[in-house]
Design a protein around this ligand. Structure first.
Ligand SMILES: C[S@@+](CC[C@H](N)C(=O)[O-])C[C@H]1O[C@@H](n2cnc3c(N)ncnc32)[C@H](O)[C@@H]1O
Length: 384
């Protein structure tokens, strides 16, 4: 079996060669034993999937995965036994870990708060570079917290590990120079602003309701607000408190479909949005209170659009090979027309990438913008 040290060295070389790992973090990546942070059963494979792998049954594959550039699921459904429908804790993909640490721009002497301890691996990297005393990390799940504490101790690190809701930050050690979240959310919590010193940096995944997701890098200003651009695409687990189920379809459409819906036709295949993470993200920033679900229909999909206020719905039938698609819309809003218009605006702007979008956050809400804060999009929400 290849020794973990050799596998780790190969991972560091690969991450350095790809440009994800910067020189200031390379030593930490070379020193922290990622395999010590993983449970005996993990879900991962070389293709980024979630194939079960047991250390007892296949120790070689388990160790190889520990040092592969893939995300590793470590918990399903908040730890409840059953069908394993939603991954709820993981060791993030090493490329993403390295890139987010680079976005964080932390330096020795900085005090850092991490939200979403997970396995504890990222906290160990922070503790290695910045010192145990400068790192606090918050995890909502008691079992995950206990496992992370034990793994950190085994690997020789003792940052402060707190079990609690990371949306509240951790006021005890505030103010922080840097705050990094490894769990995604729609609204940046006000507590993060007040617990980060002016000039400090907040790095977090953001997942708007409609879809898509990206890392935002915010600088906190003297007036307690924060602003900054998105840096890169990212798909992270949602903060427990910001998961969104949506209302039952019957609340929108009590009668048989299509009810009183108006019929029309569109030339835009909704799958062109569904298949494109960036397009979804751009449209989602424009339409903060709209979400979609898809049902298999014939050889294609029926898209259902809903608003969070439960006033309006729309369906669009997408079938391969068609040149136009049937639309039904009901309620005071025409949700498909709104989504198509958002997509047109993104296309007309030259299909801007993540880094052209940004976010301004205040104690009471947040606004997304394109290119400059003076060019706000529709995304303006009240922070919860
Ligand atoms: C992608 S994992 C974090 C990966 C981790 N940083 C690592 O190095 O292994 C996301 C974690 O966020 C946790 N989480 C979800 N909601 C949370 C909340 N409100 N506060 C703190 N942690 C939360 C999940 O339980 C999960 O363990």
């Amino acid at each position: 079996m290849t020794a973990p040290e050799a596998l780790r060295a190969a991972l560091v070389t690969a991450l350095t060669d790809s440009g994800a790992l910067t020189a200031d973090w390379a030593r930490a990546f070379a020193a922290v034993p990622r395999h010590e942070f993983l449970p005996a059963t993990i879900w991962a494979d070389e293709n980024g999937g979630d194939t079960e792998c047991s250390r007892t049954v296949d120790p070689e594959q388990w160790m190889r995965l520990a040092y592969s550039d893939v995300p590793i699921v470590t918990q399903w459904d908040d730890g409840s036994e059953g069908d394993r429908s939603t991954p709820t804790s993981s060791a993030s993909m090493p490329t993403m870990v390295a890139e987010m640490l680079s976005d964080l721009d932390a330096h020795p002497g900085h005090r850092v708060l991490e939200v979403g301890t997970g396995t504890g691996y990222n906290a160990a990297l922070l503790a290695h570079r910045l010192g145990d005393a400068n790192v606090s990390t918050v995890e909502v799940d008691p079992q995950v917290t206990t496992a992370a504490r034990a793994a950190l101790e085994r690997a020789g690190y003792i940052p402060e590990v707190v079990c609690g809701d990371g949306a509240l930050g951790w006021g005890v050690r505030a103010p922080y120079d840097r705050l990094i979240s490894t769990v995604s959310l729609r609204d940046i919590p006000p507590a993060w602003l007040s617990q980060t010193r002016p000039g400090g940096v907040i790095v977090s995944p953001v997942s708007p309701l409609l879809g898509g997701g990206a890392i935002v890098r915010l600088t906190v200003h003297g007036d307690g607000t924060a602003s900054g651009r998105f840096t890169r695409s990212a798909a992270f687990m949602m903060l427990r408190q910001q998961r969104y189920e949506g209302a039952p379809v019957d609340d929108y459409l009590p009668d048989e479909w299509p009810g009183d819906a108006e019929q029309s036709w569109t030339k835009l295949d909704p799958e062109a949005i569904g298949d494109d993470w960036l397009a979804q993200f751009a449209c989602a920033l424009d339409l903060p209170d709209v979400y979609y679900r898809r049902n298999l229909f014939g050889g294609g999909w029926t898209w259902w659009l809903f608003d969070t206020a439960v006033t309006s719905w729309a369906t669009v039938d997408s079938a391969p090979g068609e040149s136009q698609y049937e639309v039904r819309q009901s309620g005071p809003r025409r949700l498909w027309d709104e989504l198509e218009a958002a997509h047109d605006r993104w296309t007309a702007a030259g299909r801007p990438g993540y880094e052209r979008y940004g976010l301004t956050v205040t104690a009471t809400g947040q606004t997304a913008w394109l290119d400059e804060p003076t060019n706000p999009l529709g995304w303006s929400t009240l922070a919860t």
